[in-house]
Write a protein that binds this ligand. Structure first.
Ligand SMILES: [Zn+2]
Length: 104
């Protein structure tokens, strides 16, 4: 899938923490990147109601059942959609593809 696209990250620029984070993801990192974009855009217009409603809704569209992965989020002390951004997105490495992806 998407093998014609350049890699998401520059492997030589990853810190040990970032490698560990990427190695422990419960589903594809690209889905996480799209989830961050979706929450960012949606919370630009609406306040977070401090539930996982947006995360659940978005992941369902990607074929991912949030409830099966809830422990991953709670293990990172994330308790709602805005904390997915504030506590998780900030730990991800810079996405080399982000600019290209946003054009689609
Ligand atoms: Zn919140």
């Amino acid at each position: 899938m998407n093998s014609d696209l350049p890699p998401l990250y520059d492997p030589s620029a990853l810190t040990e923490e970032q490698k560990e984070l990427l190695g422990s993801l419960p589903f594809e990192d690209l889905i996480f990147r799209k989830l961050f974009d979706f929450i960012d855009e949606t919370l630009g217009s609406y306040r977070c109601n401090h539930t996982f409603d947006l995360t659940t809704h978005f992941l369902k569209k990607q074929g991912v059942n949030f409830l099966e992965h809830r422990t991953y989020f709670t293990a990172h002390e994330i308790s709602c959609d805005c904390e997915v951004i504030s506590l998780l997105e900030s730990k991800f490495p810079i996405d080399l593809n982000e600019f290209n992806r946003r054009k689609f």
